[in-house]
Design a protein around this ligand. Sequence first.
Ligand code: NAD
Ligand code: WQD
Length: 344
Amino acid sequence: MNILVTGGAGYIGSHTLVELAKANYSFIVYDNLSNSSQESLKRVSKIIGKDITFVKGDIRDKAKLKEIFSKYKIDSVIHFAGLKAVGESVKKPLEYYDNNVVGTLRLLEVMQEFDCKKIVFSSSATVYSEVDAKNYKPLTESSPTGGTTNPYGTSKYMIERILEDLYISDNSFKIAILRYFNPVGAHDSGTIGEDPNGIPNNLMPFISQVAVGKREYLNVFGSDYDTHDGTGVRDYIHVMDLAFGHVKAIEYLNTHEEIEPLIVNLGTGKGYSVLDVVKAYERISGKKVPYKLVDRRAGDIAKCYADSSYAKEMLGWEAKRTLEQMCKDSWRWQSNNLGGYSNG
Ligand code: NAD
Ligand code: WQD
């Protein structure tokens, strides 16, 4: 029996393949390579010491998906495929809804047709409505959702609702919705990692590029937030911890019958500010990370971190790696691969 991993060539997907292989799951990767390259899979293959079955294709392509479901015995799906740039989604809403929402609908239709009823979905902390920084409480799975401020976030929220409605219509579906906080870091081999196109939107890859000398300085977006040092606080989670969360989610679906959709936060429960991350990165890399304090970035909030106790209770999962480990692995990946995967 195989797991179909959509978006498996991407950042989180590729790291998850390593953990799936370690737990002896077999899988097929389906990816249109719109934001990744096959080089990541070659490297995963090296790490796990096995060839990877890869099919290049789009989740909106029903005919191709049907071919795969006909050819391979697919028992479950881990669904990473999607576009994820918040700013871009504001400029290209139709593309985002088509890729993420319509793509997921096509995938679910084919799953239903082939009686494949287990799915783990990559959701995001972005589905939570904004909370007051002063009275901040770590986000639990029952914190209010839906106050999304951009098409990317809304697409995740819509897909969560679609999955819940699907379950209501057909309760033989077993669904795990994983709300990731801020995934960072890389596999400790330093051979796979995050390889953003162009100027990184996210903090950790930007810091890495400053530390390695690719960019001059970091813009710190906002220094007047209601946080311990005025800069934004987030729940950074090591991508290998996150990856292992998917193994636990699959295990959960495989060992429980007639379950309602499981919604869990995957975070550490700890919040670090932008300057906390900068300092940790400097310590670990031995490099200076020059920065400028600039205006807030539109749409940002002061604080966002998880209450991660439900994942522990339901999946027996918790994040283990520290911020230092995240910086260390991110630095190893960055300094060994100056041009990301295009290095060769
Ligand atoms: P990524 O861009 O590295 O990986 C996504 C993969 O999906 C890429 O390989 C891309 O080529 C592929 N893809 C995109 N659209 C596709 C389509 N229509 N058909 C087939 N393949 C397609 O992103 P990631 O960081 O690995 O994120 C994986 C998932 O996790 C995404 O759904 C993302 O929204 C979600 N997520 C990411 C973060 C984060 O900060 N990285 C946080 C929360 C949730
Ligand atoms: C983190 C902190 C910034 C860059 C985004 C998406 C979210 C999820 C994860 C997918 C914030 C500050 C950043 C920079 C900075 N993705 N920052 N200078 O915004 O928490 O979450 O990625 O689901 O949906 O919104 O992550 O890494 O962009 O920012 O000061 O150059 O770093 O203001 O406080 P964010 P991030």
